[in-house]
Design a protein around this ligand. Structure first.
Ligand code: NAD
Length: 490
């Protein structure tokens, strides 16, 4: 049994109450590890350590090029342990090894990106009225509280930790209680490269205890959260006490718009990838496919034909194309949504069941599922299901497509498939979402900003915008003629 400990001030720690939480393999239902169940006490301690470490200047005052050298070493170690990290991710999250390996490579690239960026020019000077010279400089924010979900346990963590450390902050990080395996390996790497103790601290525990403490505690200067919109709303409120800086990456119900003039097979192929990659447990999943009415029936038939051929199984089988859901609890939630869809009168044209044949009965597998003939008032069209369940809607024209696309509370991502370049761009510009694609889906780059409009979040991760999140901006005005101002006569 793997015994997982928290990492506070450079030490591996159990929780004060000695409690443990079981960690499961969702493909088999087996317990694979036990993690120390952190409490508010450990969260407070980690925050105090991060505060003192920040104030000591051991990390924040280090030359950017020296901080960068740690980040480059971390990236090299991620590459060195790539196959171990990918196996751990598959074992704990369930995603196929192929997907886990992409995440690991991306995580290394993200550390390299921010290691490079932090040594590039970062300030400006302004010409203002003589005799003053104005400068703008960037500084770290301080203690960053970082809370992540279970769908990309390693990559979501790195999207936050890499820019936060590059900028000179200290970190109190909480992984999802469901998926601590790769986070622990990442912190072992931090220890191995000699990251100064107290710079990066990891606490486990539930959201309502440890997560809430990180969001509320006044010694945390910034909260960066990725997870559900409901939790995001709670965190936003909890963070008001000391007006924390905030970045929220939340849920989605993203439209994938297919025009009749699109390359048909390409559109079907990307639509499958858009929803079933990660078993649909992807914030930017193309969970609403909007199809022009003249090709609707043909599209539904072909999509269903392809969906039925997806090879579902345990992630460590090289033939597997789609893995299980992350937990029993989450599987049950997704199955509930399938029942809601049926009750709402949507036409179930594919899947809809838990998979129990071929030795899958102990895991949390659901068939690729498709609902057709849906309407915008249905819950399965409006709410994030976060599983292998897609709804296929019909639209009449460009205007109708745009209005359907924007008809949910979310605004994370969206895509357009068309061979009319001007139309594709015109429609894409009207989608109220932060991440959009034309004739492709899911491309994500460390260089490009990631985040949502509307209830999909606040702020941006990745790219230069992602570094901005973890920096304060200061103006410095220097008087070049040092003499009294003479504003008051006496
Ligand atoms: P979740 O909101 O339940 O949990 C996310 C994290 O928040 C966990 O670490 C959890 O312990 C913690 N948490 C829960 N309640 C808390 C509270 N009251 N205070 C502080 N922390 C709390 O989300 P999840 O089920 O782990 O992940 C799925 C969700 O994440 C989906 O909605 C998905 O769209 C979203 N997500 C968004 C992005 C993005 O970039 N926009 C990326 C990945 C996942």
């Amino acid at each position: 049994m793997i015994d997982l400990k928290m990492y506070i001030n450079g030490e591996w720690r159990d929780s004060s109450n000695k409690e443990k939480r079981e960690v499961m393999n969702p493909a088999t239902g087996e317990v694979i590890a036990e993690a120390a169940e952190g409490t508010v006490e450990e969260a407070k301690e980690a925050i105090q350590v991060a505060k003192e470490t920040f104030e000591s200047g051991i990390w924040s005052d280090l030359a950017p090029v020296e901080r960068a050298s740690y980040l480059f070493k971390i990236a090299d170690k991620i590459d060195e342990y790539a196959s171990e990290l990918a196996s751990l991710e598959t074992m704990n999250n369930g995603k196929p090894l192929r997907e886990a390996s992409f995440d690991v490579a991306d995580a290394a690239a993200c550390f390299r990106y921010y290691a490079g960026l932090i040594t590039k020019p970062d300030g400006v000077t302004y010409s203002v009225a003589d005799p003053v010279q104005a400068l703008v400089v960037r500084e770290p924010v301080g203690v960053c509280g970082l809370i992540v979900p279970w769908n990309y346990p390693l990559l979501m963590s790195v999207w936050k930790i890499a820019p936060a450390l590059a900028a000179g902050n200290t970190v109190v990080y909480k992984p999802s209680e469901v998926t601590p395996l790769t986070p622990v390996k990442l912190f072992e790497i931090f220890e191995e490269v000699g990251l100064p103790k107290g710079v990066a601290n990891m606490v486990f525990g539930s959201g309502v205890t440890v997560g809430n403490e990180i969001a509320e505690n006044h010694d945390v200067n910034l909260i960066s959260f990725t997870g559900g919109t409901k939790t995001g709303r709670h965190i936003m409120k909890a963070a008001t006490g000391n007006i924390k800086k905030m970045s929220l990456e939340l849920g989605g119900k993203s439209p994938n718009i297919i025009f009749a003039d699109a390359d048909f097979e390409t559109a079907v192929d990307y639509a499958l990838f858009g929803i079933y990659a990660g078993s649909g447990q992807v914030c930017a999943a193309g969970s609403r496919i909007l199809v022009e009415e003249s090709i609707y029936d043909k599209f539904v038939d072909r999509f269903v034909e392809r969906a039925k051929q997806i090879n579902v199984g345990p992630g460590n089988d090289p033939d597997t194309e789609m893995g299980p859901l992350v937990s029993k609890e989450h599987m049950e939630r997704v199955l509930e949504y399938i029942e809601i869809g049926k009750q709402e009168g949507a036409r179930l044209v594919c899947g809809g069941n838990r998979m129990i044949d071929n030795d899958l009965e102990n895991g949390y597998f659901i068939e690729p599922t498709v609902f057709a003939d849906v309407n915008p008032s249905m819950r399965i069209v409006q709410e994030e299901i976060f599983g292998p369940v897609v709804v296929i809607e019909k639209f009449k024209d460009e205007h109708d497509a745009i209005s359907l696309a924007n008809s949910t509370a979310y605004g994370l991502a969206g895509a357009v498939f068309s061979n009319d370049g001007a139309k594709a761009l015109r429609v894409t510009k009207k989608i109220r979402a932060g991440i959009t694609w034309i004739n492709t889906y899911h491309n994500t780059y460390n260089e490009a900003p990631w985040g949502g409009y509307k209830q999909s979040g606040v702020g941006r991760a990745l790219g230069t915008y992602g570094l901005d999140t973890y920096q304060e901006i200061k103006q410095i005005n220097i008087n070049l003629q040092v003499e009294p101002i003479g504003w008051f006569s006496k």
